[in-house]
Ligand binder design. Structure first.
Ligand code: SAH
Length: 265
């Protein structure tokens, strides 16, 4: 049985699914398969119908002789290629956030802001039920579009989004987790105290260390404790024959991850 939802696609490629094409130069293209559709690039045309009904990993040749391999995108591929409004949380940070926030199936999570929905996609995939606050309506819509495209429309039922300012308060109570990616996470601390359940986890992703210290300061006079901050460095390696060494370039900085737990008053 093939799974038609976006959560666990398998079997032959079907119309309506996102697919990633990779060429010999490792250039990657994210497309959505459509009956009768065509992929156009500088190297000619590749009809979608050639791919629909085939398994992943097959090789195709465009009208001008360029060779492409077609596979379903992973969440990493998708985040790196999906349309972006705001800066996304990179896959190297999405993974650790899921573990640091201890996301589990059915976890009640408040996420803010939503941006392009990269982090949302990771949280939903791990089984979270998200209430999302996003101050910009265009970003709210963009995040929903990206989530639905990768995870399927059914996933949107677990993604209740609202256009609103999280600094003004949180309506939900008894939340398991609060996950933030916005400029002033310390403004959310007083609301988070009321919205989280005891033992609940607060995680904030912040690019600047000044934001981190301001957040720690705000938590010092609060019922939050066990606060820690980490950063995640990922270094790729070049492995080819006897040339085995770290890549010359790496993404040296994205953001710091600060997490704390709601303890007794
Ligand atoms: N984590 C997202 C990127 C978020 S970018 C991703 O992975 O794609 C930060 C977002 O926070 C922006 O969309 C911005 O509009 C939103 N934002 C900023 N301040 C906010 C506030 N006070 N309340 C809600 N959203 C806010």
């Amino acid at each position: 049985m093939t799974d038609l939802s976006g959560m666990n696609r398998s079997g032959d490629l079907r119309a309506g699914e996102p697919v990633m094409l990779t060429d010999r130069k490792k250039r990657r293209y994210l497309i959505d398969l459509v009956d009768g559709g065509e992929f156009h690039s500088h190297s000619g045309v590749l009809p979608h119908d050639e791919m629909i009904g085939n398994p992943e990993g097959e090789t195709y040749r465009s009208s001008r002789g360029m060779v492409f391999i077609a596979v379903r995108p992973t969440i990493t591929d998708f985040i790196l290629k999906m349309p972006r409004g705001a800066q996304v949380v990179y896959p190297k940070d999405v993974g650790p956030i899921l573990i640091i926030a201890d996301i589990f199936p059915g976890a009640r999570v408040l996420e803010s802001g939503l941006g392009s929905g990269a982090l949302s996609t990771g949280l939903l995939r791990a089984g979270a039920e998200i209430t999302g606050y996003e101050i910009r309506d265009d970003f709210e819509q963009g995040a929903r579009d990206n989530v639905g495209r990768f995870l399927g429309q059914a996933a949107l039922e677990q993604y209740q989004t609202q256009v609103r300012d999280v600094y003004e308060g949180i309506d939900e109570t008894d939340l398991d987790r609060i996950v933030l990616d916005l400029p002033e996470p310390w403004q959310v601390v007083p609301h988070a105290e009321k919205a989280l359940r005891r033992g609940g986890i607060f995680v904030a992703y912040s690019p600047s260390i000044i934001q981190v210290s301001q957040l720690h300061e705000a938590m010092e006079g609060s019922p939050f404790g066990m606060a820690e901050t980490v950063e995640v460095l990922q270094r790729g390696w070049h492995v080819q024959g006897t040339a085995v060494r770290p890549d010359h370039r790496m993404v040296a900085h994205t953001g710091f991850l600060t997490h704390a737990r709601l303890l007794a008053e």
